[in-house]
Design a protein. Structure first.
Length: 237
């Protein structure tokens, strides 16, 4: 999902991306694991003492958890439509999504990822025909590589205590970006970050749902590069 940004960001910054466990080319089995610990182990193996973390959705949740578990290793956070460990995702929209996704899984994995795309790529306010078909097609292709993750979801472990209720512990610069027509719970998460994280900056990109960087790449890249460059300038001064 970062194909559009990887080369752009790498022109001025060292950029590393990876497949989260049980996504893409990263495998797993039915052993307990936590994504933020995986990120820690990856950074340790690559001898990266500190980094700015950029994550969308689950990637945003991983970034928040990591910053709380290893504050000395997080330089700044770019959180894009992030999840949040411990947050009560219980709106009517989420409840309907869970019911529809559960029913779709009964028909097969391809129906399930189409339902996921319907809610998270199209968003609750648009029809599939209103979304760029190239974006939609890429989201579906990405999801095809995540079947293993769904099978082992029950053994993934979140941060304890969870991030919800601990946001005031985050003491690094934070840029929180959300699509204006994303799921309401995600918008609530970003509002909470803006309220509770000292100095956090919130930006709403109108007319897009969850896949902000894929639908509005130029606007997204400009925001992130301005944020990164400001951090670089402050370190140099």
């Amino acid at each position: 999902m970062w194909d559009g940004q990887f080369e752009t960001f790498a022109r001025s910054h060292r950029v590393i991306r990876y497949d989260v466990r049980a996504h893409g080319l990263s495998r797993t089995d039915s052993v307990p694991f936590s994504d933020h610990e995986d990120l820690h182990d990856l950074m340790a193996a690559l001898e990266i003492p500190r980094a700015t973390l950029v994550g969308l959705s689950m990637g945003g949740q991983i970034s928040i958890d990591f910053a709380l578990a290893y504050p000395e290793m997080a330089r700044a956070l770019v959180l894009v439509g992030p999840g949040m460990s411990g947050f009560p995702f219980d709106s009517p929209s989420i409840e309907k999504y869970v019911a529809d996704l559960t029913a779709a899984f009964q028909s097969g994995f391809s129906d399930a990822i189409e339902m996921f795309t319907r809610y998270w790529c199209d968003g609750p306010e648009r029809e599939p025909s209103e979304v760029d078909p190239a974006v939609r097609s890429k989201v579906l292709a990405m999801l095809e590589g995540s079947e293993e993750r769904w099978r082992y979801w029950g053994v993934s472990q979140q941060l304890e205590p969870p991030a919800y209720g601990r946001l005031n512990e985050i003491n690094v610069p934070v840029l929180a970006i959300v699509g204006g027509i994303d799921m309401p719970d995600v918008i609530d998460v970003v509002d909470l970050i803006a309220e509770k994280v000292p100095g956090a900056r919130k930006v709403v990109i109108p007319g897009v749902a969850h896949m902000v960087n894929m639908e509005k790449p130029q606007e997204f890249e400009d925001l992130v590069l301005d944020f990164l460059n400001a951090r670089t300038s402050s370190l140099e001064n």
